[in-house]
Design a protein around this ligand. Structure first.
Ligand SMILES: [Zn+2]
Length: 105
């Protein structure tokens, strides 16, 4: 599979780290209801068709990228920087993980 990084261009998917569903970029507010956090952390759709995923260009520019692809045909439909999403994309997964580690100390 080939992924087009918006900064680096067309690359082999092995240059990227797959993070998961793009919903991870839509982190709820810290004081959100338990059900909202439960949905964010545990409930995922598993569609046959179009999905949005987060990929990290680990062996390239270190950008977080939202990839829209079709799970049936394996076609990559579009890519964009996470920071180009409406509202700026919220917290990147790496930053969220770092915050969690800081709190655990
Ligand atoms: Zn890149």
């Amino acid at each position: 599979m080939r992924i087009t990084c918006p900064l680096c261009g067309d690359r082999d998917r092995r240059e990227f780290y797959y993070y998961g569903d793009a919903v991870y970029a839509d982190r709820p507010a810290e004081d959100a209801a338990f059900e909202t956090w439960d949905d964010y952390l545990h409930l995922r759709d598993n569609p046959a068709g179009e999905t949005r995923d987060l990929w990290y260009h680990e062996l390239g520019c270190s950008a977080w990228i939202e990839v829209t692809r079709n799970t049936v045909t394996h076609e990559v439909l579009s890519t964009r920087l996470l920071t180009d999403r409406a509202g700026g994309g919220g917290a990147t997964p790496g930053k969220s993980a770092a915050k969690g580690k800081e709190r655990a100390k």
